[in-house]
Design a protein around this ligand. Structure first.
Ligand code: NAD
Length: 484
């Protein structure tokens, strides 16, 4: 049995207790994970503090950036190892982990290593009304020790999306990966060591949220900021904990994202794009579309095409190159998704396809698969249309006018992402501007440029990360004013 340990001050250490890491494809336990107790979280925070006073704190930006490029080099060198670990933990198809998760992890380090080298800060020549001259300029300092808490859906991608800019800005980090997916954050510790990142700069504590490593971290007075990706409700709990010591927070939270499809769209491209937006990673991407609004004229045709797409997805073993749809993350999450399937029935939905669990006749029947599922016919106030399900499921509804589509898409407490599908570019711009979301795609989905601001409005988050926005969150900007 594999052991996954905490990584504190450059050493792998056991925890006070252990918990099981389960492969979602067949329900087998693949590793025992060391759970960090409060004193170990404290040691990790102290190690970070100590590292800031050491070599790491004195490194020139150029040298820090070079080490982050080395981390990316090691991820690329050990590519297969990272892919296998991610696939075993999450059950995601190997094709997805090799195309998206692991390359993006390396890219995260490269982008922020380059950005920190070229990013400048503002300066002003100041003249007061009574004729005093001064030069004002800003300098960037690290925040200190940053607590990084991440979910299970894109474990390495989302963790490095926060760790890379935090380190680029000269901070130390204590990361708490999801209890469901502890492997790649731990492998990253080996990569950090190999890349010459000093001990204490990157620490990993494993465990759960409440009364465990997550909460110990958010409550720790030595943690200077919390960056979190996960459920909106967890964000609220973390905000409360962080309030006691007035820690800055950056939150990337849940979504109930809409896709708006106009009759003039490129039909085939739209169906392909929507299928990805609904079913990628078994619908377990915060940006996935769970609400699809279709112009009445093409409603039946589009619904039929989406149904065909859903029914041709290959529900296979995650390690099989031909698989494009894996299991959900856990038995508990499957219960949740299936409870929404039941609720949809009770709320009067018409089932177009799926709605249950597949039968394989092999060990996958002990895994956590559900069928790709499409509903229609629900009222816009139904819970299945309002609440984030976080599975491979969408509800498709018709609209008659652009105004109606915009109003339906915006009728949510979330506001992470939307997509608009049309051949009329003017309309694309017009509708995109009206979306109450952090990001709106036109004729595409999940096309990311890591320099752009990323985040959500409403229940979908606080703050923006990406490019300079990440650098600004992970830095303390100091203004210096010199009288001339
Ligand atoms: P979750 O909120 O249950 O857990 C996320 C992390 O928080 C885990 O590491 C967990 O152990 C920790 N945690 C839980 N309770 C805590 C507490 N009280 N204090 C400190 N830490 C605590 O989320 P999840 O189920 O892992 O992930 C799915 C959710 O994440 C979905 O809602 C999805 O939309 C969201 N998500 C958002 C984005 C985004 O960029 N906006 C990206 C991916 C996922």
């Amino acid at each position: 049995m594999k052991q996954i340990q905490n990584y504190i001050d450059g050493s792998f250490v056991p925890g006070s207790r252990e918990f099981a890491d389960v492969n979602p494809a067949d329900g087998n336990v693949i590793a025992q994970v060391a759970e960090a107790d409060a004193s170990q979280v404290d040691q990790a925070v102290q190690a970070g503090r100590h590292a800031l006073d050491g070599e790491w704190g004195r490194l020139a930006i150029r040298d820090r950036a070079a080490r982050l490029h080395k981390v990316a080099d090691v991820i690329e060198k050990r590519f297969d190892c990272f892919v296998q670990a991610e696939v075993a933990d999450t059950g995601k198809p190997v094709s997805l982990a090799s195309k998206l998760d692991v390359p993006r992890a390396a890219a995260n380090f490269r982008v922020f290593a380059d950005l920190i080298r070229i990013s400048g800060l503002e300066s002003f020549q100041t003249q007061t009304p009574d004729g005093v001259n001064a030069l004002n300029y800003a300098i960037r300092k690290p925040l200190g020790v940053v607590g990084v808490i991440t979910p299970w859906n894109l474990p390495l991608l989302l963790l490095t999306w926060k760790v890379a800019p935090a380190l680029a800005c000269g901070n130390a980090v204590v990361v708490k990966p999801s209890e469901e997916t502890p492997a790649t954050a731990t492998l990253l510790a080996e990569a950090m060591h190999e890349a010459g990142i000093p001990s204490g700069v990157y620490n990993v504590v494993h465990g759960f949220g409440h009364d465990s490593a997550g909460e110990f971290l958010t409550q720790h007075p030595g943690v200077n900021a919390i960056t979190f990706t996960g459920e909106s409700r967890t964000g609220a709990a973390i905000m409360k904990a962080a309030a006691a010591t007035v820690k800055p927070v950056s939150f990337e939270l849940g979504g109930k994202n809409a896709a708006i499809v106009f009759a003039d769209c490129n039909f085939e491209e739209t169906v392909n794009g929507l299928s990805e937006a609904i079913f990628l990673n078994t619908g377990q991407v915060c940006l996935c579309a769970e609400r699809v609004y279709v112009e009445q004229k093409i409603f039946d045709r589009l619904l039929d095409a989406l149904k065909k797409k859903a029914e041709t997805l290959n529900l296979g073993w995650p390690g099989d190159a031909a698989t494009d749809f894996g299991p959900l993350i856990s038995a508990q999450h499957r219960e949740k998704v299936l409870s929404y399937f039941q609720l949809a029935k009770e709320e009067g939905a018409t089932l177009i396809t799926g709605g249950g669990t597949p039968k394989f006749g092999d060990a996958r029947d002990h895994g956590f698969y559900v069928q790709p599922t499409i509903y229609t016919g629900l009222s816009e106030s139904a819970r299945c249309v309002k609440e984030e399900i976080f599975g491979p499921v969408c509800h498709v509804a018709a609209f008659d006018s652009e105004e109606e589509a915009v109003a339906m898409a915006n009728d949510t407490k979330y506001g992470l992402a939307a997509s608009v599908w049309t051949s009329d570019l003017k309309r694309g711009h017009r509708v995109a501007r009206q979306m109450n979301t952090g990001i709106t795609w036109v004729n595409c989905w999940f096309l990311r440029d890591l320099r752009t601001p990323f985040g959500g409005v409403g229940l979908s988050g606080i703050g923006r990360e990406g490019g300079i926005h990440s650098l600004n969150f992970y830095s303390e900007l100091n203004n210096i004013c010199i009288r001339l």
